[in-house]
Design a protein around this ligand. Sequence first.
Ligand SMILES: Nc1ncnc2c1ncn2[C@@H]1O[C@H](COP(=O)(O)OP(=O)(O)O)[C@@H](O)[C@H]1O
Ligand SMILES: [Mg+2]
Length: 221
Amino acid sequence: MIEITDITKTYTIAGKKVVAVGKASFTVERGEIVSIIGHSGSGKTTLLSLIGGLTKPDSGTVVINGNNIWSMNDDDLSDFRNKTISFIYQFASLVPTLTVFENIMLPATFGVHGEDTAGYARHLCDVVGLSDKMQSYPSQLSGGQQRRVAIARAFVTNPAIVLADEPTGDLDEETEVEMIRFFRKINEEKGTVFIIVTHSTDLAKQTGRHLKMSNGIVTSV
Ligand SMILES: Nc1ncnc2c1ncn2[C@@H]1O[C@H](COP(=O)(O)OP(=O)(O)O)[C@@H](O)[C@H]1O
Ligand SMILES: [Mg+2]
């Protein structure tokens, strides 16, 4: 389903070259949950954004369902991304002027994503334990609650692939367990692929496959 071949991304910082991701190759099949661990600065976030069509690799290919995503033009790529991929970003990413419900609905306002999107958005709000906060604004929520909105938002389009960057980083243990259970349920029901960057050994244990990044190099563990 996802075939990553020799992708490389180099940044130049103050005249010095940093290989954020170096010749990474691996495949992910439909229905897999993959975790990625690694020290800060090892290239995890960069890898997710290369796979998800947000950062263009210097070389190498990312093929998703037979589509070489980095050979698409910008419009086709953003269309493909919107239909297929969702991100749970590492840092806060809610729109401050929209309510919780509107934030969750936002990805579904681009293109068609099934019939009762509003109903599904309300269901997702409930799943993440925020049905009483639907009309609140992000600034009125705790960090953990904002995180749960970002999690709910990632599912409203029924994505085939969820790329999650430390999705449970700012959650308490109990909520983390609930969110992991929810990921697994979606995965079992819909075959959704998850690639999850995490520091949580509990979360990593729940995944079928483990990758490790070290100085831009991906290895299996
Ligand atoms: N936009 C950028 N510009 C310059 N350097 C970057 C950029 N993004 C990441 N890097 C560098 O690439 C390396 C990997 O970063 P990152 O992918 O964020 O690692 P991680 O998510 O594992 O902490 C780091 O050395 C970082 O400083
Ligand atoms: Mg990161």
